[in-house]
Write a protein that binds this ligand. Structure first.
Ligand code: UD1
Length: 421
């Protein structure tokens, strides 16, 4: 097991290259199940979650190889429609294979994902969507067992009660090969879904309304392989901007898409940072941090995936801030760890109340999930003295070369083996 040892108190200054989006890759990869053939997915981040998805697709019979951020997938021999528990349990995005398997084979057997660190994360909308497309679904021994009537899905009108990223992606992929037209209303408009829709179009799918909350899909008989470049990781970009703001730093992010970050840029400006935004780069110069209340929302609102990092930043503000996360109401496992570093935060009715201006001091803390881990690193970078961040396997799921990138802009952070878990 690894941990980070971080010496706090250094300003982060310099340039950082943003990697390909984890959630972008995790949406593109299952789409390769839909059409047998070979695919090159460029700008794929080298991350644990990408390896998990590669292992899952490999266990279905495909070949996956990731070299220098180029992912090669050969799905010609993919012949299994069963996604076993061992590959689904650690990563909810594995459930993305349900739609493509059903569409390609007319049947699928996919393990139900488990809960996650911040509470239950149901997949009812994915299942309802498949049922609307004509799949018969039973739950057997922890598996979702699905089969399309007469072996083929049928287009349908599907309203998503909640604008779910995963359900939109799953249903969208399934609908590309369904008979007839599918309308998904209240569809997610997150950039990773828009990118998936564009990739499916390259593969021969017929989709209207891309980037809007109503997707109209005209099913086709077959799709063909295509190549794609994964979009930049907006959450990684936001994490580095927040880390720079938290350390009084001055950084420039390259290879990002500022258009995907408008809400984050706005709240950083509100917090007093000076930002210069260009077509694919953003620079940030920190000043004294002002308190900014946030409430997470679906895109283009403030992403839930930056909530823990923002909470860490607000401990430095010269006033009090409220942080509410209605997307994941119980996503506050990082608060007790921030408190161990000296933060003054209460969670009342799903909202964190941060009293800013308390100086943090080094301590041993734990990552409870990926973004909570990033928040711990940011807090440790702000804290006086040495901190240890445990359970960094969570961070390795979603940040490519995190400590290397941070070291490159002046952080004192080392990866060390530990027996502590
Ligand atoms: C995706 C992202 C994750 C991000 C989240 C919200 C990937 C791989 N993961 O997760 O990083 O935090 O979007 O932006 O892209 N819900 C249901 N029933 C369902 C599905 C979802 O009630 O069947 C609820 C969830 O509990 C949550 C909300 O809908 O409250 C949004 O979740 P969703 O957009 O589905 O998140 P994921 O796709 O799992």
């Amino acid at each position: 097991m690894d941990k980070f040892v971080i010496e706090g108190g250094r300003r982060l200054c310099g340039r950082v290259k943003v990697s390909g989006a984890k959630n972008g890759s995790l949406a593109l990869m299952p789409a390769t199940i839909l059409a047998p053939g070979t695919y090159h997915l460029a700008n794929t981040p080298n991350l644990r979650d990408v390896w998990t998805m590669s292992r899952l697709i490999t266990c279905l019979g495909a070949f996956c190889e990731l070299n220098d951020n180029e992912l090669f997938i050969d799905s010609r021999e993919l012949n299994s429609y069963e996604a076993p528990y061992e590959h689904v349990k650690n990563m909810r995005a594995s459930f993305y294979v349900l739609g493509p398997l059903l569409a390609r084979f007319g049947k699928a057997r996919v393990s139900l994902p488990g809960g996650c660190a911040w509470g239950p994360r149901p997949v009812d909308l994915h299942i309802k969507g498949m049922e609307r497309l004509g799949a018969e679904i039973t739950l057997e021994n922890g598996y979702v067992v699905a089969s399309a009537r007469n072996g083929k899905l049928t287009g349908a009108r599907i309203n998503l009660e909640i604008s779910s990223v995963g359900a939109t992606g799953n249903i969208l992929m399934a609908a590309t090969l369904a008979k007839g037209r599918t309308l998904i209303s209240n569809a997610a408009t997150e950039p990773e879904i828009t990118a998936l829709a564009r990739f499916l179009m390259k593969m021969g799918a017929k989709i209207d309304g891309i980037g809007t909350a109503i997707l109209e899909i005209e099913g086709v008989d077959e799709l063909h392989p295509a190549d794609e470049i994964t979009i930049p990781d907006r959450i990684e970009a936001a994490t580095f901007l927040i880390a720079a703001a938290a350390t009084g730093g001055n950084i420039e992010l390259d290879d990002c898409n500022p258009y995907h970050l408008t809400s984050v840029i706005a709240i950083l400006e509100e917090a007093g940072c000076v930002l210069d935004v260009n077509s694919n780069s953003i620079s940030l110069e920190a000043t004294a941090i002002k308190p900014v209340d946030i409430t997470t929302a679906i895109y283009p609102g403030i992403p839930t995936d930056i909530q823990p990092q923002w909470t860490a930043l607000m401990t430095k503000a010269n006033g009090n801030a409220k942080v509410a996360d209605p997307i994941y109401k119980d996503r506050f496992k990082h608060i007790p760890e921030l408190v161990r570093l000296g933060a003054n935060i209460d969670v009342i009715e799903h909202t964190a109340f941060v009293r800013g201006g308390e100086a943090l001091s080094g301590a041993t803390v734990m990552s409870s999930d990926l973004r909570a881990g990033a928040a711990m690193v940011i807090a440790a970078l702000m804290a006086e003295g040495t901190s240890e961040v445990l359970r960094i396997y969570h961070i390795d799921r979603g940040y490519e070369e995190f400590e290397k990138k941070l070291t490159g802009i002046g952080a004192n952070i080392k990866r060390v083996k530990t027996d502590l878990i």
